[in-house]
Each structure stands twice: as structure tokens, then as C-alpha cells.
Design a protein around this ligand. Structure first.
Ligand SMILES: [Zn+2]
Ligand SMILES: [Zn+2]
Length: 141
């Protein structure tokens, strides 16, 4: 929390209850929620917070690099409180997004250097598939 206050001060951003709520919620979940999901999850505790406010808070948090924005395709944005680079996988059936653990693609930045005159700074890896629970339910039907 102290950390958050410091970062916000550094960026000359006001530490609003909405921003704190959105940030804390993202820290508490591994589910890579959409803005709508965050909005619904916070509704009981913050009944006056609108979806537009959630979007604005997310935009600010992404700008100061406290939150990672994932574009998993078709303008479908998901949010991740873990800003370190890590690969993601999305279920093509239920759209859930998970982290892929234990494998790192940061060496790809080096490999790609041979094929571009860009200075390579980052990469974003997405895999797509069918999650375990969807696979099981397809089998049952
Ligand atoms: Zn699924
Ligand atoms: Zn993630």
C-alpha cells in the first residue's frame, strides 16, 4: 500500500479510492478480469462507481505500469496486476485467461534482433486453446 502511495506521488497522480479499489482487486486475483468483471466485482463495496470510472482508473494504472493490459484479440482487453512479462493462454470456448508458468520467452527478444533493425524492448506471448473444464464438459456431452 505504501508502495502504491509512493508510486502515485512520483507520477503526480491522486490516490483516489477508485484507483486503490481497482488496483487491490487486480492484486487479489489471477483471473485476468475484463473492465466489466472488475466493475461488477466492486459494485457491492463501491455502489456509486461507474463502469466509466473503472475504465479511467485502469487506463491510469496501465499508464504508470502498475497494471498490465492484455489485448487477447478482437478488442477484448483483460487486466493483470502482475506487470512482469509472462505468457498467457486463453480458452477459445469460455474466454478465460490464465498465466503459463515455468516457461520464459524473454530470450525471444534476443532472437528477434537478428531479423529486425528495431531495438527490441518487450514481447507479449498469447496461446489459445481449450481449458481443462471446457475439455471435460465437451467430453461429457
Ligand atoms: Zn474454457
Ligand atoms: Zn498474467
Amino acid at each position: 500500500m505504501n508502495n502504491l502511495a509512493n508510486i502515485f506521488r512520483e507520477k503526480k497522480l491522486k490516490l483516489t479510492p477508485q484507483r486503490i479499489a481497482v488496483y487491490k482487486f487486480l492484486q487479489s486475483t489471477n483471473e485476468h478480469p475484463s473492465a466489466e468483471t472488475i466493475y461488477k466485482a466492486l459494485q457491492t463495496e463501491y455502489p456509486t462507481m461507474s463502469l466509466a470510472t473503472v475504465y479511467k482508473a485502469l487506463k491510469t494504472l496501465v499508464e504508470v505500469n502498475l497494471v498490465q493490459e492484455l489485448n487477447v484479440g478482437e478488442g477484448n482487453f483483460r487486466y493483470d496486476g502482475n506487470t512482469s512479462p509472462h505468457p498467457h493462454i486463453q480458452c477459445l470456448n469460455c474466454s478465460k485467461v490464465d498465466d503459463v508458468h515455468g516457461v520464459c520467452f524473454s530470450d525471444l527478444n534476443d532472437k528477434v534482433k537478428d531479423f529486425t533493425d528495431y531495438e527490441v524492448l518487450a514481447n507479449q506471448i498469447y496461446f489459445y486453446g481449450i481449458c481443462k473444464s471446457c475439455k471435460n464438459s465437451i467430453k461429457e456431452n
